[in-house]
Design a protein around this ligand. Structure first.
Ligand code: ZN
Length: 370
């Protein structure tokens, strides 16, 4: 039985002086495998990751661990509690409007200083030095930023410190109404098949402020810079955004399925030692981020979503139909929406009532099997 430790990390303060805290659970491994950081619920309505962390904790206590594992549910205490009527909001900071998952930090100039000092060092020395460098840089941003930090950045940077200390980072999210899918950096395509997730979006080495990017872009860039110097180094640093399904839902049975999916990946990465967790055989579709298309509602109205997630929708087949009762009797009350190419629908808007221009669907185009 592995014992876990639990601590509360203070990530900010409310107007009344109340501390904003997140729970941090840690399990120690033997030290022979990579270390892991998993967080959930940076977006307020995306709660299923907390249930997956529960199921992970339940199982990790009785498996042999090679690597240390840190688990952070309720990673964003502001967003978690951001309700409006019956709904949880929490995708954007309500004060600034900035997406909570666009506030992480990447300082590309650190790569120059590490290369300067460690051009000929071995991979472990470089890895250690780069990690220390990134951690010191973030600590400096937190401690010595004369003009302060926004609420969101203060939370993000403290989470990022824990993430940078690890070798593997999983950021658990959900879509609005969504199938399961994985955001995977292109250089880690081989790892995507070790999760039980049927859809993978392959993303390039561009930093747009998200946690997964903040954790893989530095290592990808460093690897590329060393390649130019004639050295092919593998730092064994991996980072993914795992999209677990739909927001505003907790399903503990499905969370167990998703925990097993994560454990099969961790088994593959030599973090846990259990033959119990093996990736399922399934058809895994992938597309490049540039081919992951948003389909905006061509008109306002009431939507009857027709397409099934994860199934190929042939060109010309109906994606959805829009009801316009204002046109009943003297016009067209029903409008079928179709596309001119084959797609795989991945997620759709959470409400049936949409304005023209609402992000109605997100779809794979030009997809292929992994
Ligand atoms: Zn999210």
């Amino acid at each position: 039985m592995n014992k876990f430790s639990k601590q509360l990390l203070t990530v900010g303060e409310m107007a009344s002086g109340v501390s904003l805290t997140v729970p941090v659970y840690q399990l120690k491994g033997s030290g022979s495998g990579p270390s892991v950081y998993i967080q959930a619920n940076i977006h307020g309505a995306e709660v299923q990751g907390n249930a997956v962390i529960y199921q992970l904790l339940e199982q990790l206590q009785s498996i042999e661990l090679f690597g240390d594992i840190t688990l952070v549910p309720y990673a964003n205490p502001v967003a978690c509690n951001h309700k409006n009527g019956e709904y949880t909001l929490g995708r954007f900071d309500p004060i600034t409007g900035v997406n909570w998952n666009r506030m992480y930090h990447f300082n590309e100039s650190l790569i120059d200083s590490v290369i300067e000092q460690h051009q000929d060092s071995d991979v472990d020395t470089i890895k250690k030095a780069f990690k220390q460098c990134m951690l010191a840089d973030i600590q400096d941003q937190i401690d010595h930023n004369n003009y302060g930090l926004s609420t969101g950045r203060r939370i993000a940077y403290q989470l990022q410190q824990m993430a940078h200390s690890a070798d593997i980072v999983l950021d658990l999210h959900t879509g609005p109404i969504s199938s399961k899918h994985l955001y995977c950096p292109e250089y880690l395509t081989g790892s995507a098949s070790h999760f039980n997730i049927p859809h993978t979006i392959l993303i390039p080495n561009t930093f747009d402020g998200a946690m997964d990017e903040a954790c893989f872009c530095p290592w990808w860039s460093l690897t590329q810079r060393f390649q130019k110097l004639g050295r092919n180094l593998d730092f064994n640093q991996e980072s993914f955004t795992v999209e677990l399904g739909s927001q505003e839902l907790i399903d503990l049975d499905e969370a167990l399925v998703d925990a097993n999916s994560i454990l099969s990946y961790l088994q593959y990465k030599n973090v846990v030692n259990s033959k119990r967790y093996v990736a399922e055989k399934m058809t895994r579709h992938a597309c490049y981020l540039k081919d992951y298309k948003v389909y905006y509602a061509p008109m306002g109205g009431m939507v009857d979503y027709l397409a099934t997630f994860g199934e190929e929708l042939k060109a010309g087949e109906p994606l959805a139909r829009i009801l316009r009762m204002d046109n009943y009797g003297d016009g067209n009350a029903l409008h079928y929406l179709t596309l001119e190419q084959d797609v795989i629908p991945i997620l759709h808007f959470a409400s049936a009532s949409v304005n023209q221009g609402t992000q109605l669907y997100k779809l794979f185009t030009n997809y292929f099997t992994l």
